[in-house]
Write a protein that binds this ligand. Structure first.
Ligand SMILES: Nc1nc2c(c(=O)[nH]1)N=C([C@H](O)[C@H](O)COP(=O)(O)OP(=O)(O)OP(=O)(O)O)CN2
Length: 139
């Protein structure tokens, strides 16, 4: 099995805020990430596909097709957006990295299967800052 990865980039605003809590509790738990007027990040999303190379192309997945798919299905929906306000699949959800990768997985997994006949989505890695990142394997 070979792992093949593509990195994409997006900028987005958000705030960490639990609507079931008081303002005081949100500020206590989330600190500056609960800033009422939002804050932004330069996110990096790394999508890893696992599979066997096709004997006719040598590819596990065509990286150009993978990039086009990630941009169309995910990046175009979140880039230069407010994650809490503008993004349909984040409505009513806490705008953490954990939530984002789980939502990205639901969108990307079936679409990647279609372009990866001998494999599929293996891992999503999302950097929110150069030092904060999460990884998700679909379970
Ligand atoms: N488990 C999670 N914890 C936190 C998340 C998250 O999505 N999941 N998010 C945040 C904030 O949105 C943001 O990432 C905090 O940024 P910051 O602490 O400023 O991160 P830096 O790496 O830039 O900070 P340094 O202190 O300079 O290293 C918080 N927690």
């Amino acid at each position: 099995m070979i792992h093949v990865s593509r990195k994409e980039h997006f900028n987005a605003a958000h705030k960490l805020w639990n609507p079931n809590w008081s303002d005081e509790k949100n500020f206590e738990v989330f600190g500056p990430c609960a800033n009422v007027n939002w804050h932004g990040h330069n996110f990096e999303l790394i999508v890893t596909v696992k599979g066997m190379p096709d004997p006719e192309t040598g590819f596990v997945v065509d990286l150009k097709k993978l990039s086009t798919l990630i941009r169309r299905l995910v990046i175009d929906k979140v880039d230069h957006k407010n994650l809490n306000v503008d993004v349909d699949f984040m409505q009513g959800k806490l705008a953490s990295c954990e939530t984002l990768v789980m939502e990205f997985w639901k969108i990307l997994e079936p679409a990647i299967k279609d372009i990866t006949p001998n494999g599929g989505l293996y891992k999503l890695k999302l950097y929110e800052t150069p030092r904060n990142f999460v990884e998700y394997f679909g379970e």
